[in-house]
Design a protein. Structure first.
Length: 187
């Protein structure tokens, strides 16, 4: 096994494939679902969605205690990559702000597409195909839902996103369980 592969494996196992972030994101998207059921303007719901989205990082930190994940892995140069990949989605935010200003009724769909799409490279980082597959399912699925549902049912978009993130969390947990089982069998 190459040194690079060892570093990826170490990162994947110690960070537990980002399970704390995925569970946090699914909870945030459930809150966003609730927001989009409220009798507020699409603009107000969009602003509240932005605010609720800011809960993800502190919630992930709390969940890291529950899942016993490591955010800092000394002597592993790949460790900062997960954070950099997450920051990459910030470059899509000007588009999100444009949608907020020009078409706030499509804000939640746009936010869901960005959320889904940014998951794609984590499939490679964590050696977990579920990330890459669900990135496409979330991005394309939320787009298709928004095309075919009535505006008053747009809460289905964040609900779908939350459910797909929960499915990803389950896939990650199963993957971690399989790795643990394989390690146990090697002993």
């Amino acid at each position: 096994m190459s040194e690079f592969t060892k570093q990826k494996t170490e990162l994947s196992l110690k960070a537990k494939k980002g399970i704390d972030f995925i569970v946090s994101a699914s909870l945030v998207w459930l809150l966003i679902t609730f927001i989009w059921t409220l009798s507020l303007s699409a603009y107000d719901k969009s602003v509240l969605t932005f605010i609720v989205g800011s809960l993800m990082l502190p919630m992930a930190l709390l969940l890291s205690k529950l899942f016993k994940t490591q955010w800092k892995i000394k002597n592993n140069p790949l460790q900062p990559l997960g954070l950099w990949l997450n920051f990459a989605q910030l470059f899509y935010f000007p588009f999100l702000v444009f949608i907020l200003i020009k078409s706030p009724e499509y804000f939640v769909m746009t936010y869901a597409i960005i959320t889904g799409a940014h998951l794609f490279p984590y499939g490679w980082l964590y050696n977990n195909l579920a990330y890459s597959v669900l990135a496409g399912v979330i991005s394309i699925g939320t787009f298709m839902l928004a095309l075919f549902i009535d505006a008053d049912k747009i809460f289905v978009v964040p609900l779908f996103t939350a459910l797909m993130l929960l499915i990803l969390a389950i896939a990650i947990l199963l993957s971690l369980k399989k790795i643990k089982s394989n390690q146990h069998n090697l002993k």
